[in-house]
Each structure stands twice: as structure tokens, then as C-alpha cells.
Design a binder for this molecule. Structure first.
Ligand code: UDP
Length: 246
């Protein structure tokens, strides 16, 4: 399902977890992007970001924007798969399969607190390690991660740095079979920012929740109306081209 050149997988949260588990069981290495409108707009302008979406094995709709756009395009996505809910729902499966997880990124100490929170929720979860690292010091982070030999890596350097990091380094992480850019998820797990209740996700208002928590995000969220306008314009253009006489 194409939105402004980014190919989304038509999977809701449950289907995404199932697909990831199937790929893990089949020993297929999986790079997951949860893409929000900012990502799509960036990909529309920056070929290297568009290339990241091609490189990824799964591109999931992070929030309401992508789902709304899919309706405008006329191929509705089945639902959202935001990073935090994806992590919440993957954890029991990873624990059951005894797969170990490395948390890379966020401010110093945050990944560690996020890991502790995940273990409190799911005591059988194996944490391979945590490291704040830095998005531009690859060798250092790669060494730390490889020393911990994780099966799964969650990377929180913000979008699109974390996706770039994964694309650049995944081949240098031989034990990693699943890599996901998770944005602000560690901050949420660590309690640094408040987490939207699931009901807020269900009604599609997580963007409004985040804005209410941190009004300085309005600058970033300006992209939402621009994104919707762009999707409509592209739809009208494509529709016009199809109808135009040859
Ligand atoms: N972050 C980081 N290094 C950077 C930029 C961001 O570790 O160079 C972390 C930041 O501390 C936060 C996370 O990346 O924990 C995600 O930030 P943000 O909420 O801006 O990203 P989004 O979820 O919108 O992609």
C-alpha cells in the first residue's frame, strides 16, 4: 500500500506481531520501521529516507496519519501499529521464544530503566544489555551490542536517525534477527513522558495526547495537515492522469 512513495505493509498490530514471529521462526532477519507522517514527508523529499523504507522488511503505520492517508488513497490500512504498542505486544512472544533484547539509544540511564520496566511486566524476558550510545558513534555501539549477542535490538535515536543507524549497521550485528526503530518508547517505558492510554490509541488521538503533554511538539505536528493535503493532491493528480484521454 503506497503512500507518497512509501510502501506500507497492510498489517495491524496483531497481524504485525504474527508476521514478525513467523519471520523469526523462519530465521529471516527483519528490519521494522513504524512510519509516521513525518517519515513519509521526509521520504518524499529525501531519497535516502525513501531508500530506508525500501530496505526495511516491514513498514508499519505508526499512527492515525498513515491510516487516514490510506483511506484517502482508497486502500484502507487495517489499523495502526504504533511503536509502543508493538513493543508491548512483542515482549510476551520474545519471552516465550527465549529471545534476548538489547535496548540502544535515548538519554543515559533511560534504556536501563525501560528494560527494568519491561522485565517487571514480563519477568521471563531476557535483556541482553542496554546502552545510550550515540547515533553518530557506530563502532562504539556496534561493539557493545555484539558483546551482548542479542537476538533483537530496539533502537531509540529518534526518526530517521534510528532507521539510518539500523540500515548502516545491521549487517555488522551477526546475532541480531530483529531490529526496530522505536523513537520515544524508552522514554515512555521509563516514565520520563506519560504514556497515552490504549483508549486514546483506539480512537486515533495519540497525536493530540502527545501535543497536550508537550505543546512544543506543535512544530513537528504541523506536518500532519500538510501531509493530508499532499496525499489528497497526489490522489487527485493520479486520478486525473488515469482519466485523461490518450
Ligand atoms: N535520541 C537519542 N539521540 C539522538 C536523538 C534522539 O538518543 O541523537 C532519543 C531521545 O532521547 C528519545 C528518542 O531518541 O529517547 C526519541 O525521540 P523523539 O520522541 O524525538 O522521537 P520520535 O518518537 O518522534 O521519533
Amino acid at each position: 500500500m503506497d503512500i507518497l512513495g512509501v510502501g506500507f505493509d497492510a498489517l495491524d498490530l496483531r497481524a504485525a506481531v504474527r508476521e514478525i514471529e513467523r519471520r523469526l521462526a523462519g530465521e529471516r532477519r527483519t528490519f521494522v520501521i513504524t512510519a509516521n507522517p513525518e517519515f513519509v514527508m521526509l521520504a518524499d523529499r529525501a531519497p535516502d529516507v525513501a531508500a530506508l523504507a525500501h530496505h526495511a522488511d516491514l513498514v508499519l503505520p505508526d499512527g492515525t496519519g498513515a491510516v487516514l492517508a490510506s483511506r484517502i488513497v482508497g486502500e484502507p490500512l487495517p489499523g495502526r501499529a504504533p511503536g509502543r504498542l508493538l513493543v508491548d505486544d512483542l515482549v510476551p512472544m520474545l519471552a516465550r521464544r527465549s529471545l534476548s533484547v538489547f535496548l540502544l539509544g535515548a538519554a543515559p540511564g533511560i534504556a536501563e530503566r525501560a528494560a527494568a520496566m519491561l522485565v517487571r511486566r514480563e519477568p521471563r524476558l531476557r535483556i541482553a544489555g542496554t546502552y545510550a550510545g550515540a547515533h553518530d558513534r557506530d563502532a562504539d555501539s556496534v561493539e557493545r551490542v555484539n558483546a551482548a549477542t542479542p537476538d533483537v535490538i530496539l533502537v531509540a535515536f529518534g526518526m530517521p536517525r534510528q532507521e539510518r543507524w539500523i540500515a548502516r549497521n545491521l549487517d555488522r550485528l551477526p546475532t541480531v534477527r530483529l531490529a526496530i526503530g522505536v523513537g520515544g518508547v524508552f522514554d515512555q517505558l521509563a516514565g520520563v513522558v506519560r504514556v497515552p492510554p490504549r483508549v486514546i490509541h483506539r480512537v486515533g488521538l495519540e497525536w493530540l495526547w502527545r501535543l497536550a503533554q508537550d505543546p512544543s511538539r506543535w512544530r513537528r505536528q504541523r506536518v500532519l495537515p500538510a501531509f493530508v493535503a499532499r496525499v489528497i493532491a497526489r490522489r487527485l493528480r493520479d486520478h486525473g492522469q488515469r482519466r485523461a484521454p490518450r
